[in-house]
Design a protein around this ligand. Structure first.
Ligand code: F6P
Ligand code: MN
Length: 308
């Protein structure tokens, strides 16, 4: 793949294409690692959030750090596995990432993902999701897909969302643009995460009953990335992760929610923590967690009561 396959985005976004190409190369490396079949063993350590780390989490994390470093366009990087602002030596952007989202389902060979938020400058703390220059996520399923939300002054949201597919050819792999200008409208599909919260959170329980009575279709894998990806590709639906006293928020604002909210809102969908858009929330700590509802605008609006 050529270094600037993800384009030139004008002087305001100088080197953004270089950062996205580095992310794409890292995703290609992770896809290869997952396809090797040698990735189901746990190493038995925990990251600073208390999650069990798998060998594959650590390898994927190293892959992305190295690719970002090689790009020379990234000043600072931070990952769910290494939740610090780490200086990587380049200049231009700060990147936050979750190198392998879905550690609990990788053993069952479900689709897993990787998530990336890209900010101009060298800081992540104190920023908002809205300030991202671009965001991306990868889905490692029967194909490897890379979804990118980029600046596009001509689009109604000022951004465009594209899907690239990794095509394997004898002479090497290439990224092919397979969907352009992806849009989210309204669809009766729901993905109810953290359903344990519904035992105490009666508003959540009532909303689930409402979905059932309104003949919604359930699509839920237990992976944030594939569950949100389903909404994007089918053109609508809702993913929600409400909380309760004994089932608190797990999803991280910086590494998971802000980048996916950027993609979904760029496609014309919505995101909320119950009171405001996920993109308005200040990243006051690298490990800040949040309840989230994300997807079709009307559905997100209807779900606000069970998040707050
Ligand atoms: O910790 C994050 C995560 O694994 C997400 O990828 C996923 O959406 C969510 O948790 C699933 O939570 P639960 O299994 O409680 O529905
Ligand atoms: Mn994750």
């Amino acid at each position: 793949m050529s270094v600037n396959a993800f384009g030139d985005h004008g002087p305001q976004h100088e080197k953004l294409g270089t950062v996205l190409s580095a992310i794409a190369s890292g995703v290609e490396d992770i896809a290869q690692l997952l396809r090797s079949g040698q990735t189901s063993g746990e190493v038995g350590t925990v990251n600073s959030f208390g999650d069990k780390q798998l060998e594959v989490d650590i390898a994927a994390d190293d892959i992305i750090f190295n690719r970002l470093k090689q790009s020379c366009a990234v000043a600072t990087a931070s990952s769910e596995e290494r939740p610090k602002e780490i200086t990587v030596g380049g200049q231009g952007y700060a990147v936050a990432f979750d190198p392998l989202d879905g550690s609990s389902i990788v053993g069952a060979n479900f689709s897993v993902g990787a998530i990336f938020g890209v900010w101009k400058g060298d800081k992540l703390l104190g920023r908002t999701g809205e300030e991202q220059a671009a965001a991306a996520y990868a889905v490692f399923g029967s194909r490897t897909s890379l979804i990118v939300a980029l600046p596009d002054p001509g689009a109604t949201t000022g951004k465009t969302v594209q899907e690239y597919t990794l095509i394997h050819q004898p002479e090497g792999s290439v990224w092919k643009l397979t969907r352009d200008n992806i849009k989210i409208t309204e669809k009766k599909v729901f993905a109810p995460a953290n359903l344990r919260a519904a035992a105490e959170n009666t508003t959540y329980r009532n909303l689930i009953s409402q979905f059932i009575l309104e003949n919604f279709t359930l699509r839920y894998t237990g992976g944030f990335v594939p569950d949100v990806h389903h909404i994007l590709i089918k053109g609508g639906g809702i993913f929600l992760n409400p909380v309760s006293p004994s089932a608190p928020a797990k999803l991280r604002l910086l590494y998971e929610c802000a980048p996916l909210a950027f993609v979904v809102e760029a496609a014309g969908g919505a995101s909320s923590n119950g009171t405001e858009s996920i993109l308005q929330l200040s990243i006051t700590s690298l490990d800040l967690r949040t309840p989230i509802s994300i997807g079709s605008k009307e559905q997100v609006q209807k779900s606000l009561g069970c998040l707050a």
